[in-house]
Design a protein around this ligand. Structure first.
Ligand SMILES: [Zn+2]
Ligand SMILES: [Zn+2]
Length: 240
């Protein structure tokens, strides 16, 4: 005898929360995410379908397997996961649960997902993030990214939050988490604490990021110029 789960037919896709690492494709043209535990080996797009992490030929979420996307019902429960050391660099996602799902007390395991919003925590230095920069690890074909402020991004490969959203597509919204005044020891980023809305602080942050990138770009040009005959066959870069 088979026990059947009660069926649900929600009018709207349920909303869930989870944490994940932002990822940028090797060629820099696509953005996505990868999970922090089970399924972490398979980066996914903003709108994507779960595949069995064990490579079994069934549709996720299979009842007798633990594959499929996972999320929790409660935003605070997902945020709590960001407190652990190994998850500090992850971002908070709000998702729409699509397709077949299995409901648990704390969340869902499900077949398809649309990531609606990503909230990026502060840079490791404590300042509000303006970019997602190379985190120093990845998956084949994908670099993991982590929050960076304008001061810390330097020459690392990076994308602004707005660029990440554009590359991810599907209307994804990406914002920097507000930095609480108590968490910031210098006054330099106090203006960023108003957070979510696009305003003067965000534009100032974008400008600072552009300036930091320009400074780095110029230093690279100078370095290439100094190389002389060893320069690439296309010829020397334009001189200032
Ligand atoms: Zn499976
Ligand atoms: Zn920083």
């Amino acid at each position: 005898m088979r026990l059947r789960l009660p069926e649900e037919r929600p009018a709207e896709p349920p909303t869930g929360y989870k944490i994940a690492h932002p990822m940028l494709s090797q060629d820099g043209t696509r953005a996505g995410f990868t999970g922090v535990s089970l399924g972490g080996a398979l980066p996914y797009g903003v709108l994507d379908e779960a595949r069995c992490v064990y490579g079994l030929r069934h549709r996720a979420p299979a009842r007798l397997c633990d594959c499929g996307f996972h999320c929790v019902h409660d935003r605070a429960a997902a945020e709590a996961l960001l407190c652990t050391g190994e998850h500090r660099a992850a971002v908070l996602l709000e998702v729409a649960v699509l397709g077949a799902y299995i409901r648990f007390e704390l969340g869902f395991r499900y077949a398809r997902q649309r990531v609606r919003r990503a909230t990026v925590g502060p840079c490791a230095c404590g300042a509000a993030a303006v970019a997602l920069a190379d985190a120093g690890w990845g998956r084949p074909g994908w670099r993991a990214l982590a929050a960076a402020c304008a001061g810390c991004v330097r020459g690392r490969p990076s994308v602004s939050l707005a660029s990440f959203a554009r590359l991810a597509g599907e209307g994804l919204r990406v914002r920097a988490a507000a930095v609480s005044a108590g968490a910031v020891s210098t006054g330099a980023v106090a203006g960023a604490s108003c957070g979510a809305e696009l305003g003067v602080p965000e534009l100032v942050a974008e400008a600072a990021l552009l300036q930091a990138r320009l400074d780095w770009f110029q230093s690279q040009l100078v370095r290439l110029g100094e190389r002389g005959p060893g320069a690439p066959p296309e010829g020397p870069p334009p001189q200032g």
